[in-house]
Design a protein around this ligand. Sequence first.
Ligand code: TRP
Length: 343
Amino acid sequence: MTAPAIAARDTAPAPDPVLPRMLTGDRPTGPLHLGHLFGTLQNRVRLQDMGVELFVIDADYQVLTDRDVADQLPAHMDGLIADYLAAGIDPDSATIFAHSAVPALNQLLLPFLSLVSVPELNRNPTVKDEIAHSRQSAVSGLMLTYPVHQAADILFCKANLVPVGQDQLPHLEIARLIARRFNERFGQPVFPVPDALLSAAPLLLGTDGTKMSKSRGNTIPLSATADETARLIRGAKTDSERDISYDPERRPAVSSLVLLAALCLGRDPREVAADIGDGGAAALKTVVTTAVNDLLAPIRARRAEYARDLGYVRQVLRDGNERANQIAAATLAEVQGVMGMRY
Ligand code: TRP
């Protein structure tokens, strides 16, 4: 797609025509864990190192979709950024920023809301599921509309690639719809239609054998110590069969531990299981603990350094916020321009 001729000051820096611009995000609700490392962080770093321009949004407003108050935001933000940096996200090439620090991004929500219908919002399966599990007695307007806000997260910087898990696909569909409808309604190709990059996220379960989730307290945080990790794995659910095998259908808890070791070691889970053989759950847990701690040791060492230098961590966020603000202001000016709001 060729860029329309618009005065330079009104045009967001165009994404590289060859390399995609990628945007991903997290809600600052707690420390990142092994599920994040294998599901998304490693992927972000790999693409960044291939030269893809990376934007990472810490979606603080989005925390309020299913609860009344977002707790300990400053501490969660420090922790998230330390996790990113320790995992290898490079703040010299990536832009790390917070929702709340970029007013022009948030303002895009208004024109975008005009482009979707209430039935379309009501149909979103991920939102329906979140409503079912919400801590609130009534559904807030934010819960229903946050996928539109998320479209602003993606489109403000004209990202064309969004690495997501399966659950985020309905949101990406809304972002694509909004990009297309905006361009059609106002007759200018302002927004690229972003593509999902579906991560082949391995299905890692939590230590209790159910879905891994911060709110269930069944994760292994990247920031945990080696001893805490050993304790968490010692307490992990297994089964009573002595012979260790990789059979996710029949033995989900044991297989998830085998998979975790295999991911850490870069090996095939079946081979890892065969090596443990009839060593039973105790041998399995020893293998998993060593594999996790060895893999995380360098990440944890770097993370500890960042945790000691929060001045630096916060500067990374301020720099990212500033860059995101410049881009958002240019995009908003362009949007208002095509909407006839130039006075
Ligand atoms: N909804 C995402 C999650 O819960 C977080 C997020 C916010 C996001 N804005 C985004 C993801 C934009 C991708 C693109 O994990």
